[in-house]
Design a protein around this ligand. Structure first.
Ligand code: NAP
Ligand code: MG
Length: 405
């Protein structure tokens, strides 16, 4: 191929840390830059630069996504006490993902990357099950009391503008026990609903949602009502035209139906359900490196990333001069997801077509038995299977890509 494919609008690129930073560069050098005439708005979210800029770089990168609408992010370290020491940090900076999610008011959607030689644990799952997890409130922002003996546990709401407080008795204790208070907010639930409908419509897949509104007649019912209102007001016609549907059912019924389904839907989950179900889904599909992850905001901003972290242990091996067998699939799909979205917004189908060729080349590589160590553990056994190193894997993908150009 002689001429490079032009990407019309700059891509917001957020570099990251450790092993994923190493792979990020390889993916760019080997799979993207030789073929694409592409400008990026580059933000270095590596921990050192976040520290040097007092985390301003993270804020700037989120603003750039608001401007250009599409970004791609490498995995980044969320510093804990060990990292403060390791990097000599000024302070324990917040999680960049949390900061960006907060600024974009977004929801994270995840879906497995399916290949023929890695069977999901549930045999009838033929298409990816996408999960959208509400990432605000409920038990993650709770207050709890350990009750030591007899007494009354109460729920009280005191209006700021004056007026009588509302009180409800949770339980009159005669013995020791526990109580808990949780909350959510109307705007957060509404944003979540909008992000879910935006994602399902973008992917042209049905949207399923489940709560326990038969038991939680106010709290869970509010989730159900807001979803329905939002759907009726803004999405019903679009969904009908696209031939997709919104389906609400009780959460336990949703779980039962998902297990029996062939997949291919977005499963919108309340915070706790999403926490639990996304881990189930990841393990049922073999590896976190075989998952796509995208942050979608209700305003239509998209940030693509890998679902896994910076693969710290592999990075230390790499630093010690050892070869690693680290899987770059999720990073590659973050880039292709971003390019496909850019192509759609720019009206440049040739960019989207090229991104799909990279994806096909990557899938074919794994399906031909060439894979990294994490996949050897979960792929169908075959005498042709070959474990390759990090860079070799990307080189093999490039060879397959070359055949398509
Ligand atoms: P991790 O980076 O996801 O890695 C955990 C383990 O999973 C690895 O040790 C490796 O197992 C396996 N693994 C993950 N990705 C892999 C890949 N691409 N190829 C092969 N194996 C892979 O999680 P962590 O070690 O707990 O966290 C490391 C750092 O990442 C932390 O500083 C955390 O803050 C950060 N983090 C960032 C994000 C994000 O930015 N999106 C998300 C999560 C964590 P083996 O060692 O058994 O091979
Ligand atoms: Mg979890």
């Amino acid at each position: 191929m002689s001429e490079k494919i032009r990407v019309k609008t700059p891509i917001v690129e957020m570099d990251g840390d450790e092993m994923t930073r190493i792979m990020w560069q390889m993916v760019k050098d080997k799979l993207l830059l030789p073929y694409l005439d592409m400008e990026t708005e580059y933000y270095d979210l590596g921990l050192k630069n976040r520290d040097e800029t007092d985390d301003q770089v993270t804020i700037d990168s989120a603003r750039a996504i608001m401007k250009y609408k599409v970004g791609v992010k490498c995995a980044t370290i969320t510093p804990n006490a060990d990292r403060v020491e390791e990097y000599g940090l000024k302070k324990q900076w917040d999680s960049p993902n949390g900061t960006i999610r907060g600024m974009l008011d977004g929801t994270v959607f995840r879906a497995p990357i399916l290949v023929k030689n890695i069977k999901p644990a549930v045999a009838n799952w033929k298409k990816p099950i996408h999960i959208g997890r509400h990432a605000y409130g409920d038990i993650y922002k709770n207050q709890e009391i350990k009750v030591t003996g007899p007494g009354i546990g109460e729920l009280v709401f005191t209006p700021s503008g004056g007026g009588e407080p509302i009180r409800k008795v949770i339980h009159e204790f005669t013995v020791p026990g526990i109580i808990q208070g949780i909350h959510n907010t109307e705007p957060s639930i509404r944003s979540f609903a909008r992000a879910c409908f935006t994602y399902a419509y973008d992917q042209k897949i049905d949207c399923w949602f489940g709560t326990k509104d038969t038991v939680s007649k106010t709290y869970d019912a509010e989730f159900r009502n807001i979803f329905q209102e939002e759907f009726d007001a803004n999405w019903k016609d679009k969904f009908e035209a696209a031939g997709i549907e919104y389906f609400f059912t009780l959460i336990d019924d949703a779980v039962a139906r998902v297990m029996k389904s062939e997949g291919g839907m977005l499963w919108a989950c309340k915070n706790y359900d999403g926490d639990v179900m996304s881990d189930m889904l990841a393990s049922a599909n073999g590896s976190l490196a075989m998952m796509t992850s995208v942050l979608v905001s209700p305003q239509g901003y998209f940030e693509y990333e890998a679902a896994h972290g910076t693969v710290q242990k592999h990075y230390y091996k790499h630093l010690a001069g050892e070869k690693t067998s680290t899987n770059s699939m999720a990073l590659i799909f973050a880039w292709t997801g971003c390019l496909k979205k850019r192509a759609e917004l720019d009206g440049t189908p040739e960019v989207g077509e090229f991104a799909r060729k990279i994806e096909d080349a990557a899938l074919e590589t794994v399906e031909s038995g060439i894979m990294t160590g994490d996949l050897m553990l979960v792929a169908d056994p075959d005498s042709n299977n070959r474990r390759v190193y990090t860079e070799e894997f990307i080189d093999c993908i490039r060879q397959n890509l070359e055949k398509k150009l």
